[in-house]
Design a protein around this ligand. Sequence first.
Ligand code: GLA
Length: 396
Amino acid sequence: MASTFLEQLVSDTAVRFEENFESPPRWIVAAPGRVNLIGEHVDYNDGFVLPMAIDRYCVLAACEKPADDPGDTATVRSITKDGQIDITLEKPERGPAGEWWNYVAGVIAGCHEAGLQPPKFWALVASDVPLGGGLSSSAAIEVATATLVEAMTGTTLDPAAKALLCQKAEHEYAGVPCGIMDQFVSVMGRPDHLMLLDCRSQQVEHIPLVDDSVTLMIVNSNVKHELAGGAYAERRRQCESAAEKLGVAALRDASLDELEAHRAKLEPVEFRRARHIISEIERTVTAAQAIKAGDWSRVGELMVASHLSLRDDYEVSCAELDLLVDLARDLGPEGGVLGSRMTGGGFGGCTVTLVRTADVQSVTHHMAGVYRQETHIEPSILTSRPARGAHVVKAD
Ligand code: GLA
């Protein structure tokens, strides 16, 4: 019997692979989604982020095609998306916007550029990272693809280079100008550790999260508002413009006092965006210290402050996320909730709530019940300890 979600997903995918391609997979790889505890929208401002890999993965199973198979392509089939595509290995084409296989094609192109040339292959992809839920299902498929190519070519990329290659695929093949957080943590996440990433130096500090008296609860609002794509790029532009007007390379380099002193130079909206970024970077660094000190009340307060800043100054929350955070806050420390905030890009997706482990059941019951009643939407709730980053599960 499989004992973890990953073991279950791996064994199911291996069975399905054999059904689809009439031979067992030679390679199986896995890359996780992530949840960000704090440090939202600061990765593209050279700031600090504090995510962890979650126990939900994208799995790729693959085997080489026989030498006489015509063409030089990877044939990739998705169980999750119910589709199949032939990707030319020499020069993978970019597909229509929104196609799941753009992530795979983009990473194969990046690997090719980096000199990693896999043989022609069949692959099957399956994922239990909720799609489009703000838990980095796209980084998971990108990083899983890069891990597969590494395994097939017997190469190990430098972890940062691997994450950056995946980020480039997201920029160029999926058209999303994302930062580096999701791919870095999917590559480098460690069991029982949060990952403090300095997005300027790309230095990583793994911070132990072993205190099992607290649990991170992830609540998926199961809404995704359409403006997400364009609004993300717009936020990036506003931050860049604010940094330029403040005379700094990135908002990381400005303090709240400097922002206040230059207020007149900025559009009011740029001022608010910058206030979020500068204060969020400070909150993230403080949260990392509080975690090291085991001060969970302080971490919870910082999470709430982060949410309010994302809601009011950065304007990336939405009614459903605000409701979930309010429901958690209503319970408060007496009800087992230390803090709560939206996580990921926003406009839907998930919240992350810091809960006393003893109260997980009652918090789940309350939040799901009232959310369902008020929105007529069924939320999905999961908890995860910090999980292992991308790895090869099987290589024959
Ligand atoms: C998305 C992006 C990340 C990051 C977050 C917001 O997940 O992919 O790079 O910017 O949004 O923190």
